[in-house]
Design a protein around this ligand. Structure first.
Ligand SMILES: [Zn+2]
Length: 404
């Protein structure tokens, strides 16, 4: 078994669904928090579970450099390593190679790049990116693609899109030949730390992933084509022709205007199969994730809620709050009166402002918990609206009012 995707309700182009993975079910449309180095910065796994996170994203580029794929594989894969029994998706490493490396060299074979940590030289190809992602053992893994920079001229966008299509075919071939090497099955012989301590305490083990039978990973294809609608259409058709159980739209949110992102997303979705999950990579603000879900996107990820939280920027039902501002120093009210998260239930704006101004580690922890809670709650509302057949577009207006 790999994944099963069932659509449950539709409203216009939007849909709700259920993605069944080897490590549990995911309700869609879903926002996936980013856990770059097998950690959502500042938030422990038990709190992520409490927030209702059903799937996390890990970055192959970062995990490949540190702690290394082989180390994670020997410890039973990412789920065991980070004690996370629910679903995980890893990216292919392509985006980071392109965004973090000025010294990269791209050939038909793959990309040579230097580590941003120590300057050492490394090489990623469709085959080695598959090998790394199989070793890490996420439920959903991504084909190796070239993220086209913005702006790019027509010839460059076409050449890049065509290479991504050839790399997608190589990714699939390597994955099909090696997918049985996923570390989960071997790992089931190794008792987890949680299972050991639970056995000692007389409780049944709770951390073991709900694997059944011969579970295997799922490989998604990625559509590129820059900001050109015709190239996006061709990329979608060529990727669908290779055939994947799910499709991602990559190469957006790379500096282009937001209206252009929306236009490309909307036109690309028309060329993707309606019965397969569609994943829009690397977006966006709360308003944007509502908008894209409304267009028919099923999966999204973004560093925005976690990164903004660490800089004191908080998303609330009343608009954005920059908690560092002196105006909050005497504010005894909750961060967001309409949020039921553990932070808003317990702490005042004055206290959160004090933590941030004092550079306390707890500021990052609490801010991140709230922002993630807000994003997950937003997606819950969107799913509810779609299931009722209500235009979820109106939800965006809830968060567009500036705080006065
Ligand atoms: Zn909150």
């Amino acid at each position: 078994m790999s994944i099963v995707f069932q659509i449950e309700a539709r409203s216009g182009s939007a849909r709700t669904g259920r993605l069944t993975t080897p490590h549990g079910e995911v309700e869609t449309p879903v926002f996936m928090p980013v856990g770059t180095l097998a950690s959502v910065k500042g938030v422990s796994q038990d709190i992520l579970e409490e927030l209702g996170v059903e799937i996390l994203l890990g970055n192959t580029y970062h995990l490949y450099l540190r702690p290394g794929v082989e180390q994670v594989r020997k410890l039973g894969g990412l789920h065991r390593f980070m004690a996370w029994p629910r679903a995980i998706l890893t990216d292919s490493g392509g985006f980071q190679v392109f965004s973090l490396n000025d010294l990269r060299k791209v050939t038909e074979e793959g990309v040579t790049f230097r580590s941003h940590l120590d300057g050492s030289s490394h090489f990623f190809s469709p085959e080695s990116a598959m090998e790394a992602q199989i070793g890490l053992g996420a439920d959903i893994i991504m084909a190796f693609d070239e993220c086209t920079e913005y702006p790019a001229d027509q010839a460059r966008m076409r050449a890049s899109m065509e290479m991504t299509a050839r790399w997608a075919a190589r990714s699939k071939k390597h994955f099909e030949e090696h997918k049985s090497e996923v570390p989960w099955n071997a790992a089931s012989e190794i008792p987890t730390l949680a299972a050991k301590s639970a056995a000692t305490m007389g409780h049944p083990p709770s951390l073991d992933p709900p694997l059944s039978g011969h579970a295997c990973q799922t490989l998604f294809g990625i559509v590129q084509g820059g900001m050109d609608r015709a190239l996006r259409k061709e990329s979608a058709e060529r990727t669908v022709e290779i055939g994947f159980p799910g499709y991602a739209i990559g190469g957006l949110s790379v500096g282009e205007p937001r209206e252009l992102t929306r236009e490309i997303v909307e036109s690309t979705l028309e060329h993707l199969p309606v019965d397969k999950p569609r994943y829009l990579m690397g977006v966006g603000t709360p308003e944007e994730i509502v908008e894209y879900a409304n267009l028919g996107v099923d999966m999204m990820d973004c560093v925005l809620p976690t990164r903004a939280a660490r800089h004191g920027l908080l998303f609330t039902s009343e608009g954005k709050v920059s908690i560092k501002q002196a105006r909050y120093a005497q504010d005894a009210g909750p961060l967001d009166p309409n949020c039921g998260c553990r932070v808003c239930r317990r702490y005042s704006r004055a206290y959160l402002r004090h933590l941030y101004a004092s550079n306390e580690v707890l500021a990052q922890v609490l801010n991140t918990i709230h922002n993630l809670s807000f994003y997950l709650d937003t997606m819950r509302r969107v799913r509810h609206a779609i299931s009722l057949g209500v235009e979820s577009r109106f939800l965006a207006s809830l968060w567009s009012r500036p705080k006065t």
